[in-house]
Design a protein. Structure first.
Length: 367
């Protein structure tokens, strides 16, 4: 490896969890827009989100983490000689080991973070060990939004060591659905689990359907242990798991997104629905709602864990005149514009250039 990369980003190593289509869209734009060669290591797909490999076949060098022990992983990255490393968090000890090795050789390491600050004992512990455990491996934390920035500050990442906007989406594909009238249907997309509030959704929809004069159907796309709650309930159409290239068309069949999660660090589907010009019904737990949902402006903020409140808000939205719902959708679309893959790619390349081009004194890093 060369002793130190230059300021231009030409080769990026990505050490990822399970690779998702929204991240693939951002990486593909980076490759096309800035001519960056990619090496990607990823965990295998989850059973509840079996994304097909064709979505990632264009990646220059793609490896499964399960096939690489730490020494082999290190050799792969050293042979690739990246200008920078991007990690999706700090969950993998092997990723952290390689990041420390490369960082000592002058390679900048950027880690994404969607963790909200909750003050849990685990997060309090992370604050204590961050100076030696995280700072030795990571130069920059790239956070999803304001709630994640609060956690980053507590871990000691401030100023130039903390960037905003780690999540983008396949914005153009969803924005193409922002046309004309909105169908009378709700849409849920996600794993069928208690964390996503699927039991709350089933209960709330049954209440809404019993009270509404002309109830909307509820379209559901996903897979998980609570699928039985959706399978037989009147008015619910369970589409099962939907591959990402089919999701924009499904979004076009709905007039609003519903996401009643009990826990949701961010929620990329909120970004996608906003790009598609859909009103949003999201729980207060949803990190994306801080930036993409303004209560009564482009949708309704839901009380976390309250099925009755969700049922009321479903009815409130469905009872709005079509023109009012269109205005809400247009506002969602406008709020989504900072979350394009191009913005993601430019943030990364500009940040890497700035990191290498300017001195990294403690005073400057804190600015």
């Amino acid at each position: 490896m060369s002793p130190r990369p230059g300021p231009e980003l030409t080769r990026l190593a990505v050490l990822h969890a399970r690779l998702s289509p929204h991240m693939a869209a951002c990486l593909r734009t980076l490759r096309r827009r800035h001519d960056v060669e990619l090496l990607v290591v990823r965990l295998p797909p989850a059973p509840t989100a079996p994304f097909e490999d064709r979505h990632f076949a264009w990646i220059d060098h793609l490896y499964d983490r399960s096939a690489l022990r730490i020494p082999a992983l290190q050799r792969r990255l050293e042979a690739f000689a990246p200008d920078a490393v991007f990690m999706s968090g700090w969950f993998d000890d092997g990723y952290l080991h390689v990041a420390r090795v490369l960082r000592r050789r002058g390679v900048v390491v950027v880690a994404g973070s969607d963790q909200q600050w909750t003050g849990s004992w685990r997060q309090q512990g992370a604050r204590l060990i961050a100076p030696w455990y995280l700072h030795s491996a990571i130069d920059v934390l790239w956070v999803a939004g304001e709630r994640q920035r609060q956690f980053a500050r507590r871990l000691g990442f401030r100023g130039r060591r903390c960037w905003d906007g780690v999540y983008g989406c396949a914005w153009d594909a969803f924005a193409a659905q922002h046309t004309g009238a909105l169908p009378n249907a709700f849409l849920f997309v996600g794993r069928y689990t208690p964390r996503k509030g699927v039991d709350l959704l089933a209960e709330a929809y049954a209440t809404y359907r019993a009270q509404a004069d002309d109830p909307w159907p509820l379209l559901c796309a996903g897979r998980g242990p609570q699928d039985a709650l959706l399978a037989t309930q009147p008015g619910i159409e369970d589409k099962g798991f939907v591959q990402p290239d089919a999701l924009p068309a499904l979004m076009g069949q709905a007039g609003a997104l519903v996401l009643p999660s009990r826990t949701e660090p961010w929620g990329v589907v909120v970004t996608e629905a906003a790009a598609a010009g859909r009103p949003l019904l999201c729980s207060e737990a949803c990190g994306a709602a801080v930036h993409l949902l303004r209560d009564r402006y482009n949708g309704y903020l839901l009380h976390t864990g309250e099925a009755e409140h969700l049922a009321r808000r479903m009815r409130t939205l469905a009872d709005q005149p079509p023109a009012a719902r269109l205005r809400m959708g247009a506002r969602s679309h406008a709020l989504s514009k900072p979350y394009t893959p191009a913005r993601w790619a430019d943030t990364l390349t500009d940040g890497i250039y700035d990191w290498y081009a300017y001195p990294r004194s403690p005073a400057r890093l804190a600015q």
